[in-house]
Design a protein around this ligand. Structure first.
Ligand SMILES: Cc1cc2nc3c(=O)[nH]c(=O)nc-3n(C[C@H](O)[C@H](O)[C@H](O)COP(=O)(O)O)c2cc1C
Length: 260
């Protein structure tokens, strides 16, 4: 009797050890692959907002890498807007940086509910055949109804119009706030004007319908039944395009453009 209890305990312990070894070794073995897949996914999203991959286009990881090679990645100092050459962009993780107290600061109170600001941020640039910037891609994030939406906004080289807005991670309700992913809603952003005449951010997701960009350049249709998510999108764009977000960097870009 006692022998069978001991046997059962030893057997259970052995099964636990074998499983633990199996789970932890798979986690270690797969980590590199997971990191690679995450990097490819991010590159695919940057390509999508840059218009360099279609919404339904399936790309192999190698093709993503090839196309992404045409996009410049730049680490900037968020406060001054200057480029930071000491940090390698391909390994810089802005989201991790904003969680680490050593590489971030508390954000001023803001409607987007951004809690911490990374000292550095990762932005992207596409150049035309003459080498002039034709597209700027900026990461944006902020609170929706259920959680943080993470995405990218693409602005034309002169920073005069939105080229695209896309969210690659959120937990809004499918069919309500989740309609941020609807290609028809996303298409409404193209051609809107992100700033007013004083370069202050000026984009609002309204309740109801907005006109076309030529007549209603600063407003976009609300997501029906999802006022909170719509407001979240407005708030996060106002924040990241403003002084506490990418304002200093955007001012530098404008200056560079006027300096020729
Ligand atoms: C199950 C459930 C899921 C919801 N998901 C969202 C959502 O993702 N985004 C959102 O803004 N509102 C969502 N709402 C609605 C909000 O609770 C709120 O009523 C809405 O934002 C008000 O928008 P309206 O004025 O357009 O109706 C959800 C409601 C329910 C019951």
């Amino acid at each position: 009797m006692q022998g069978s209890v001991v046997y059962n305990l030893v057997f259970a312990a052995a099964v636990c050890v074998v499983c633990a070894v199996f789970v932890s070794s798979s986690a270690v073995a797969l980590r590199e692959r997971q990191e690679y897949n995450a990097a490819i996914d991010k590159q695919r999203n940057v390509l999508a907002v840059s218009g360099m991959v279609g919404d339904d286009e399936e790309l192999a990881p190698e093709e993503v890498e090839t196309r992404f090679a045409g996009i410049e990645q730049i680490v900037i100092d968020l406060e001054t807007g200057e480029e930071v050459s000491e940090i390698e962009p391909s390994t810089f993780d802005q989201r991790r940086a904003s969680r680490d107290p050593a590489t971030s600061t508390a954000a001023p109170p803001n409607a987007a509910q951004v809690i911490r600001l990374p000292d550095q941020a990762l932005v992207y640039k596409v150049r035309d055949a003459q080498g002039r910037p034709s597209l700027h891609v900026l990461p944006v994030e902020g609170l929706g109804l259920w959680g943080t939406l993470y995405g990218f906004i693409a602005l034309d080289g002169a920073l005069e119009t939105v080229q695209a807005l896309t969210f690659y991670e959120h937990i809004e309700t499918p069919g309500l706030g989740g309609e941020v992913d609807n290609p028809r809603w996303k298409a409404l952003w193209r051609g809107r004007r992100p700033f007013d005449d004083d370069f202050k951010p000026n984009l609002t997701v309204i309740k109801g319908r907005a006109g076309p960009p030529s007549e209603d350049p600063h407003r976009v249709d609300g997501l029906s039944g999802a006022t909170m998510t719509s407001r979240g999108v407005t708030n996060l764009l106002q924040f990241w395009l403003g002084d506490d977000g990418f304002g200093p960097y955007l001012n530098r870009l404008r200056q560079e453009r006027t300096d020729g």
